[in-house]
Design a protein around this ligand. Structure first.
Ligand code: XBP
Ligand code: MG
Length: 253
């Protein structure tokens, strides 16, 4: 089936948001709440096992801070902390501190000219997606994407396939008409679970992940003057990801 749509993950794929974005915002929220919790770069890598910020805080308490005397209304406590984290994170985005990864703007622009449909399938909070797109693509950045599926819109976050299934249903597309672009093992488990061919662009937190099901694994999408390194798969004679290569990868068995 001909390729109709590109389905993008956000965190780690469109932008390197985790170490210097989400992590920093979590720590700011903890400090603001008078908590002495500090998520180091290393600890945060372990906490990324769990997608979703509220889920991540709970996982931290269950596995890394079992001594903490939990409030009776734990759910509300976590929700409050997470709201504060979202405020800090979107404030950070508004400073322009987090750029798109190499190749992302070029691929999005080429895709639009080629008439491909674009969507987002992410576990992050909708306000975070809006903030990133506005601050990197401009005020109308969100309108580049036909569907933005984010956060709690489906109850089961990645690695469950639900967010991708939801996105394709909203676009009336089948999996063989789409391709997913991801950066993490939870991400590819979700996309492969939804029967999607998947392109992987790794980052420092995900380079050790299992990407054996990926159609191609790259160190970045690259730019014409900043070639990618192919970690697994076949890029032919290409030195950066473009729509032609995305279509070739999609057509392969
Ligand atoms: C991204 C995430 C997100 C962010 C935090 O995963 O795991 O949880 O770290 O976002 P993926 P929130 O890239 O696979 O979608 O705090 O808004 O939940
Ligand atoms: Mg990701």
């Amino acid at each position: 089936m001909a390729l109709q749509a590109l389905l993008f993950d956000v965190d780690g794929t469109l932008a390197d948001t985790e170490r210097d974005g989400h992590r920093v915002a979590f720590n700011q929220a903890f400090a603001e709440a008078g908590l002495d919790w500090d998520w180091s770069v290393e600890l945060y890598g372990k906490l990324l096992t769990v997608t979703g910020g509220k889920e991540r805080i709970r996982y931290y308490l269950e596995h890394y801070n079992t001594e903490f005397k939990r409030p009776e209304a734990l759910d509300e406590f976590i929700i409050g902390l997470h709201q504060s984290k979202t405020r800090h994170y979107t404030d950070l985005l508004n400073t322009g501190a987090i750029p798109l990864r190499p190749g992302v703007l070029r691929i999005l622009t080429e895709a639009r000219s080629a008439g491909l449909r674009l969507a987002i399938a992410t576990t992050t909070t909708p306000a975070n997606v809006s903030g990133l797109l506005k601050n990197t693509l401009g005020e109308d950045g969100e309108s580049w994407f036909e569907v933005i599926a984010a956060g709690d819109i489906v109850p089961a976050k990645k690695p469950a396939p639900d967010i991708y299934t939801y996105t394709m249903q909203a676009m009336s597309l089948r999996a063989d008409e789409c391709i997913a672009l991801e950066d993490s093992e939870n991400g590819i488990r979700s996309s492969i679970g939804a029967d999607l061919k998947t392109i992987i662009t790794i980052n420092d937190y995900t380079r050790g992940h299992d990407f054996s099901d990926a159609a191609i694994v790259l160190d970045s999408f690259g730019e014409p003057d900043q070639p990618f390194t192919v970690i697994a798969g076949d890029a032919g004679d290409k030195t950066c990801m473009d729509i032609e290569l995305i279509k070739t990868v999609h057509e392969r068995n």
